[in-house]
Structures are given as structure tokens and as C-alpha cells.
Design a protein around this ligand. Structure first.
Ligand SMILES: *Cc1c(COP(=O)(O)O)cnc(C)c1O
Length: 226
């Protein structure tokens, strides 16, 4: 099969799986945004999905996104580009200029940097507060107990907060972590839930995900070093 055909059917397969999981959860599939995670993928791989009509993409590095997306966007101005990776405060200006949604707001220093950058550029970028839902020392995200303070500080800084995001511990059932994030979001009256990746997006949808972040299942396996 040609590369293009493979990716065509992957997008169709995932769309079908989203619809099925949504139906089981008695939700509308249109309430679930598929963010195609295109980190490490070439512009030509990305174009295959763009040509199929997909418009929502996610990257985890500001520099990589800045190198790839201006040219793609010139051809597809209605693209929505999401940042899903850890963001250094000194890249806040670049991130605000480039992205439409940020999923990784996870600490006070970043609240300050993003608040300033948005004000300076007069651009309001909706952000998810990333929660370290498994309380893993090596992972990004704020501590569960700090979520409320971070949301409040972000709002004070003029940052629109659209929901919570998590990357649960790997190798274990993600469902309890998704349920915990959903509860935390409800406690804070937030409707957005960015959770679920290639291996567990159906579970995430059943537990309320509004944004699923899918890379491998759409594009095939990534280079292990990425
Ligand atoms: C890479 C990445 C994904 C996509 O992971 P897959 O397993 O390839 O679907 C989702 N979320 C974040 C934060 C990522 O870095």
C-alpha cells in the first residue's frame, strides 16, 4: 500500500473509533477534538492529513513547530496548532505567536511569562492547566493540590483557562487517572479535558475527554530517539 493510503485509512479508523466510543458514552463525537500530534513528522507526512481535510495538529517543541508550520499554514490558513509539550518561560513569546491552544501550562513562572506575552501581542491563547496526575517526579504538570491556585493565578494574569490536561503514568491502566482529572476539572468548573493518546483515547472519551492527542496511531511509530 502507498504511504498516502495507509494514512488515509488510519484517519478513517480513528474517526470510526472516536464515534464508537462517543456512542457508548452517549456523547456527541463532534464534542471530541482529535489533535493530530505531528512532532518529528515531516511536512510531507503532515500534508497527507491536511489534504484529507484534517486541521487540528499538535507539536511538543516550539522550535520544531516554528520551522515546519509557517509554510504549511500559508497553504492552510485555517489550521489550529496546539502546543502539548513542556514550555520554557523564555519561549513564551514564540509560543504565543505560533500556537492557538497551549496544553502545558503547569507552573507559576509560566503563568507570568505567558500572561505578559499575551498582553504584549494582544493575543488570548486558551490554555489547559497540565496536572501531574500520577504525582511522578520526572513528569511535567502541577501537583494536584496546586491546581486551584494555578488556575486562579492564570485568570488574574488574563489567561483564558479552558480545561485540564494530563499524561498518566505509562504501563498501567489509565482509566483511574482520567477519572481523577475529570473530577478535578468538575471541581473547578472547567469543561475541557485534554487526555488520551494512541493507546487509550477510547477510554479517555468514555471518561469525558474533549481533546484527544493522537500521534502514533495516525502516523505510525516514531523514531525512538524523539
Ligand atoms: C507525543 C505525545 C502524544 C501522542 O502520543 P502517541 O502515543 O504517539 O499517540 C500525546 N501527548 C503528548 C503530551 C505527547 O508528547
Amino acid at each position: 500500500m502507498a504511504e498516502t493510503d495507509k494514512r488515509d485509512s488510519a484517519l478513517d479508523d480513528i474517526t470510526t473509533h472516536i464515534a464508537k466510543a462517543a456512542a457508548i458514552a452517549e456523547r456527541s463525537a463532534s464534542d471530541i477534538e482529535l489533535v493530530a500530534i505531528s512532532k518529528t513528522r515531516s511536512a510531507s507526512e503532515i500534508r497527507v492529513l491536511l489534504e484529507r481535510g484534517h486541521r487540528v495538529f499538535g507539536e511538543n517543541r516550539v522550535q520544531e513547530a516554528a520551522a515546519k508550520w509557517p509554510e504549511l499554514r500559508a497553504d492552510y490558513p485555517d489550521v489550529s496548532l496546539h502546543l502539548v509539550g513542556q514550555l520554557q518561560s523564555n519561549k513564551a513569546d514564540d509560543a504565543v505567536a505560533l500556537f492557538d491552544v497551549i496544553h502545558s501550562l503547569d507552573r507559576m513562572s509560566l503563568v507570568r511569562a505567558l500572561g505578559k506575552a499575551m498582553q504584549k501581542q494582544d493575543r488570548d491563547i486558551p490554555c489547559f492547566v497540565q496536572v501531574n496526575i500520577g504525582e511522578e517526579s520526572q513528569k511535567g504538570g502541577c501537583a494536584i493540590a496546586e491546581t486551584g491556585d494555578l488556575i486562579a493565578a492564570a485568570r488574574d494574569a488574563g489567561i483564558p483557562i479552558c480545561g485540564l490536561m494530563c499524561v498518566p503514568p505509562s504501563g498501567v491502566n489509565a482509566a483511574p487517572y482520567f477519572a481523577l482529572l475529570a473530577k478535578l476539572a468538575a471541581d473547578h468548573e472547567l469543561s475541557g479535558l485534554s487526555m488520551g493518546m494512541s493507546g487509550d483515547f477510547e477510554t479517555a472519551i468514555k471518561l469525558g475527554a474533549t481533546h484527544i492527542r493522537v500521534g502514533t496511531a495516525l502516523f505510525g511509530p516514531r523514531d525512538a530517539t524523539a
